[in-house]
Design a protein around this ligand. Structure first.
Ligand code: NAD
Length: 237
């Protein structure tokens, strides 16, 4: 990049949290933490075996809240960048962990939901949750068990905040995708939406994904994300 961008959208995926010890979703073998994604990340999987799905997300939540799981240098670099960059900025994450906000990011949208939230199937009200919950947990609004589900967007469901995300993509002049395989729609198409409006598109990933971005940097997120964001801030000085 030679000139300073005025409006930036960053999309992050599971790869940015890999060095914090959180497993990515491996599209090649269709497994997420050793479970077929159809079993744990679809409405059909939840209907077939709710107890397995509750336990899967309970385990992910427990791991997220364990003292060993912390934001890494890539999360911190994005939070620092948000505060120092003078232009428009939006961070969109596919991740359901809370490592971006723990690092200090606030211009942040969770398009695939959050591990630390649950939702009532009747009222659609969303509640914070840091403990395990399951079919037997009594809902705060219904006062009966069996109505709560993880506040996670499963395959086949509509992601959250799409209007706001599309507006930002159409207005940005720099789009950066970090640690995402480009296998999960609609996030996989964001760089094309940004490109239509002539944004410069950059991929930061451990390895090539096959998507045709204008610029690529390969390596661990903890190294390439701080370095790339610093290079933009240099243009601002
Ligand atoms: P993905 O798991 O499909 O792909 C991960 C990508 O990260 C790969 O392209 C890989 O090359 C890259 N990567 C791995 N380690 C990296 C590192 N250290 N530095 C930089 N890049 C690295 O991820 P996705 O595209 O986000 O799709 C997964 C879906 O599963 C998402 O929808 C998400 O909701 C969910 N998921 C979330 C989490 C989380 O919240 N942390 C974890 C697993 C899966």
């Amino acid at each position: 990049m030679d000139s300073l961008p005025t409006s930036i959208v960053v999309l992050t995926g599971a790869g940015i949290s890999a060095e914090s010890g959180i497993e990515t979703f491996r599209a090649a073998d269709g497994l997420w933490a050793n479970h077929p994604v159809e079993d744990v990340a679809t409405p059909e999987g939840f209907a077939a075996n709710p107890q397995l799905v509750y336990e899967f997300y309970n385990q992910r939540r427990r791991q997220l809240l364990s003292p060993a799981t912390k934001p890494n240098a890539a999360h911190s670099a994005l939070a620092k960048f948000e505060h120092e960059f003078d232009g428009e900025f939006l961070l969109v994450t596919q991740n359901v962990d809370n490592l971006h906000e723990r690092a200090g990011s606030s211009k942040l949208l969770h398009m695939h939901g959050e591990l630390l939230k649950m939702r009532c199937l009747n009222s659609r009200l969303v509640y914070d949750i840091s403990e395990d919950f399951d079919f037997d947990t009594e809902c705060k609004c219904c006062r009966s068990p069996g109505n709560l589900r993880p506040h996670i967007v499963w395959f086949g469901e509509m992601p959250f905040h799409m209007n706001q995300i599309n507006m930002a993509l159409e207005a940005c002049d720099l789009f950066i995708a970090i640690g995402t395989s480009g296998n999960v729609y609609p996030a996989s198409g964001f760089y094309q939406t940004a490109k239509i409006r002539k944004a410069h598109t950059v991929e930061l990933n451990l390895e090539r994904t096959g998507s045709s971005f204008d610029q690529h940097h390969y390596g661990p997120a903890t190294e390439i994300v701080p370095a790339f964001l610093d290079s933009i801030l240099q243009l601002q000085r």
